[in-house]
Design a protein around this ligand. Structure first.
Ligand code: SAH
Length: 395
C-alpha cells in the first residue's frame, strides 16, 4: 500500500474503531502530503495505529472509509464489494424475481461503499456518485459490475450531475459507461409496469425505496377514495387501483411528473376512469380540496437536506400533515413519510403526532415503515436509516 497518510487528532479514532465510515474535516491533524480530491488515502490514529483506507474530499465529510483493513483499492476490491452486494440481493429474492426486475444493487454505506448508489431497471444499471472518489472510480466500478452481473446487464448509465459537489469542477457529463439502452425503458415491480427515464427523471429515474410500502397500501385501498400527494411517477396510485380503490387522484407540482403518472397508469390500467392527475402545489391543493378522501399518501421530497434547516423542515412536515388530518374522512387512513436523513425517527413521530393533536383528531398507529431490504442499514452508520413512514388510522 502506498497511499498518502492522513493523521488524526487524539481520540478521533474512536468512531472509526466502532466502524463508522466517515471522518469529519475537524478530526484531521496533518497529512504526509496534500491529497487530491477523490484520492485514496490511508488513515492513521494519533498513536500511529492503522485505521483504514478511504476516499478523500474537501468538505465537512473529509474521508469516506472503504476498508478498515489494510487494502489496495483495485479491481479485486471492487469485485469483492459488488459481489457481496449482489449476493445480498439474491438472498432476499430480488435478483431474477418473477414479478419484478427493479432493485437497488448498491446502497452506499449500507453496502460498505460510501458515496455510491446503483439501481437496476431490468437490464440497465443507473449509477450515481455522491463523492468525488466514486466519480473518479466510476469506470473501474462499471467494469466490475459487467464482470459480476454478466449477461444480465446490457447498459450502465452514469448520472451524477446533481449529486456531485459542483464546486469541484469535475467537468462531469452524464452518459453511458457501457452499452446503450435508448434512454428509457419499462421496468416492473410486484407485477406492475412503469416507464423509467434515467436520463431526465429525478434521482435514478424511480423511487425504488417505496416498493414494499406501495405494496402495503394496496391492501388498504379497496373501496376507498385515494389522494396520492407528491406522486412523481404515480407509484402508489397504480397499487391503489390494483387494490380496488373507488377513485385515485394523483398530485405533483411538476407537470413532467404528472405526464409520467398518466403514462404509467395507462400502461397498467388503460382507459380506467377511476384515475385523475393534477399538476398543482401540495399546499394549495390540500387547502382547497374537500373532505372526501379516506386514504391519503403524503410522500414529500426531503424538506431538510442539512441539519441547520431542521426546524423549518419539521414545521413544514407539521403544517402539511395537519391539513391532511383536518380533511381526511373519519375512518380514513394516512400513509405519511419523510425521506430526510437529518430528521430522526423520533422527531418525525413527534411532528406527526403534534399535527394530529393540532387538528384535534384521534389517531392510532397501524404500521411503522422504513426502507426495504435492498436499502440495508449498516448498524455502525445509523444515519443510513433515512426513510420513515407511519400508517395511521384517523377517527
Ligand atoms: N411518492 C413518489 C416519490 C415522491 S418524490 C413515488 O412513490 O415514487 C417527491 C415529489 O414531490 C417529486 O415528484 C416533486 O416533483 C414533488 N414536489 C415537490 N414539491 C412539491 C410541492 N410543493 N407540491 C407538490 N409536489 C411537490
Amino acid at each position: 500500500m502506498n497511499y498518502k497518510k492522513i493523521y488524526l487528532k487524539p481520540k478521533k479514532e474512536e468512531s472509526i474503531l466502532r466502524f463508522h465510515p466517515w471522518i469529519f474535516s475537524g478530526a484531521i491533524a496533518s497529512c504526509s502530503a496534500e491529497p487530491e480530491e477523490g484520492e485514496i488515502v490511508e488513515i492513521i490514529g494519533a498513536n500511529q495505529q492503522f485505521l483504514g483506507v478511504g476516499h478523500y474530499q474537501i468538505g465537512s465529510i473529509a474521508i469516506r472509509i472503504l476498508s478498515f483493513e489494510p487494502t489496495i483499492i483495485d479491481s479485486a476490491f471492487w469485485d469483492q464489494r459488488i459481489e457481496a452486494a449482489y449476493a445480498l440481493r439474491k438472498a432476499i429474492g430480488l435478483v431474477g424475481a418473477s414479478d419484478g426486475n427493479t432493485y437497488r444493487l448498491i446502497h452506499g454505506e449500507g453496502d460498505n461503499l460510501p458515496g455510491l448508489v446503483v439501481d437496476i431497471y431490468d437490464q440497465t444499471a443507473v449509477m450515481q456518485a455522491h463523492s468525488i472518489g466514486m466519480h473518479l472510480s466510476r469506470k473501474e466500478i462499471a467494469e466490475s459490475m459487467i464482470r459480476i452481473l454478466g449477461g444480465t446487464l446490457k447498459a450502465i448509465y452514469y448520472k451524477s450531475d446533481s449529486t456531485l459537489p459542483f464546486k469541484a469542477d469535475l467537468g462531469n457529463e452524464d452518459g453511458y459507461l457501457y452499452g446503450e439502452n435508448g434512454g428509457e425503458g419499462i421496468a416492473t415491480e410486484h407485477g406492475l409496469k412503469f416507464y423509467v427515464d434515467w436520463r431526465k427523471g429525478q434521482k435514478t429515474g424511480f423511487f425504488v425505496d417505496q416498493r414494499e410500502n406501495r405494496a402495503l397500501l394496496q391492501a388498504y385501498a379497496k373501496g376507498r377514495s385515494v389522494l396520492n400527494m407528491f406522486c412523481y411517477t404515480g407509484g402508489f396510485s397504480f397499487y391503489a387501483m390494483r387494490g380496488g380503490a373507488k377513485v385515485v387522484h394523483s398530485v405533483d407540482s411538476s407537470a413532467k411528473a404528472i405526464a409520467l403518472t398518466n403514462q404509467n397508469v395507462a400502461l397498467n390500467f388503460p382507459d380506467d376512469p377511476r384515475h385523475q392527475a393534477f399538476a398543482e402545489d401540495a399546499f394549495k391543493y390540500l387547502e382547497k380540496m374537500g373532505s372526501n378522501y379516506d386514504l391519503i399518501i403524503l410522500d414529500p421530497p426531503a424538506f431538510a437536506k442539512h441539519r441547520n434547516v431542521l426546524r423549518n423542515a419539521l414545521q413544514g412536515y407539521r403544517k402539511l400533515n395537519a391539513i391532511a388530518f383536518e380533511k381526511i374522512k373519519p375512518g380514513g387512513i394516512l400513509f405519511t413519510f419523510s425521506c430526510s436523513q437529518v430528521v430522526s425517527k423520533e422527531n418525525f413521530r413527534l411532528t406527526i403526532f403534534s399535527a394530529a393533536a393540532q387538528a384535534g383528531r384521534k389517531v392510532r398507529v397501524l404500521h411503522q415503515l422504513t426502507q426495504p431490504a435492498d436499502h440495508p442499514v449498516n448498524i455502525y452508520h445509523p444515519e443510513g436509516e433515512y426513510l420513515k413512514g407511519l400508517v395511521l388510522y384517523v377517527e
